[in-house]
Design a protein around this ligand. Sequence first.
Ligand code: PHB
Length: 376
Amino acid sequence: MLSHLLHMQGIDSVVIESRTREQIESTIRAGVLEQGTMDLLHEVGLGQRMAAEGALHTGFDLSFNGGRHRIDLKALTGHSITVYAQHEVIKDLVGARVSANAQLEFGVSDTSLHGLDTESPSIRYVKNGEVREIVCDFVVGCDGSQGISRSAIPESVRMDYQRLYPFGWFGILVEAPPSSDELIYARHERGFALISTRSPNVQRMYFQCDPKDSVENWSDDRIWSELHARVDQADGWKVTEGKIFQKNIVGMRSFVSSVMQHGRLYLAGDAAHIVPPTGAKGINLAINDVLILAEGFKQFYREGKNESLDRYSETALKRIWRAEHFSWWMTSMLHQFDDASPFQQQMQLSELAYVTASRAAATALAENYVGKAAVH
Ligand code: PHB
């Protein structure tokens, strides 16, 4: 996205990626795009497939205590979300860069960063067995939580904030029609569950599990009985079963590395921050980071000023901390914690009752979910 935004400003960039194009275009991740992300994709000319193949959702359900309650995002905030898988967004972005003849280098290895505190930093890497070097004005580390960029910011200027959760999500892809028109986030004594979608024929579902568990321990029958137990309703509504064709387990953590810049290096997305998937924020935060960076680079090249770039970390972190809090809150409200006392269980239930009964509380949840919560 950053490369595309820069291209629109006439600024050249080179993208280097350790994985292959096929790998990044098929890795299964989350699928909720906030209103701002949808609007941006449209503005930059990449919204057609999302509009055609994604599903616009104006609300979602919270399920707890044997009942289901709708959060009407549109009525509460005026905004909606689109369910469109992250790797589909990636296909659209890569497609746009390839057709603009951008320099994209896939499958590189042995990447290293040099001269970050000079005005001409460089990146060295190996491609097809050959060592290459790019000398540039700026380096943006969009290389995820396991990448090399974050550690290039000296520990003396960096603070890492982290919260690990004692559970993971078991995710499945299913060939079936949607069980529900909208997403269902369920709190149940047996643990959290989420009913999401991918298309009219493919559904995405998750349930809370032990992060050290293995997919081999879960037969299709066992998965369905667990999902039925957590989401089915007394009125006869049931999750619709189908052929499970993908199973995976993801760990959950909250993480922020602050500051997000050093010299001519800027971090964006998972390289600097991780959220648990409960708030559906990951891709939206990454997009927000690069939008701020694109403005900064525009100011630098048009007006010769560093001001926006110098404030990048400070600007981006406001939105990031809001989303960190929101994802932590959703996670805390909806999951079973092994050590939760009966009192804590009641606190969760009372909070869920409040966010679904009070318009003020529902609005607080909804404005965060659609990505329109105020920060200052
Ligand atoms: C998904 O569809 O993958 C999804 C939806 C909502 C979430 C997380 C993941 O909060």
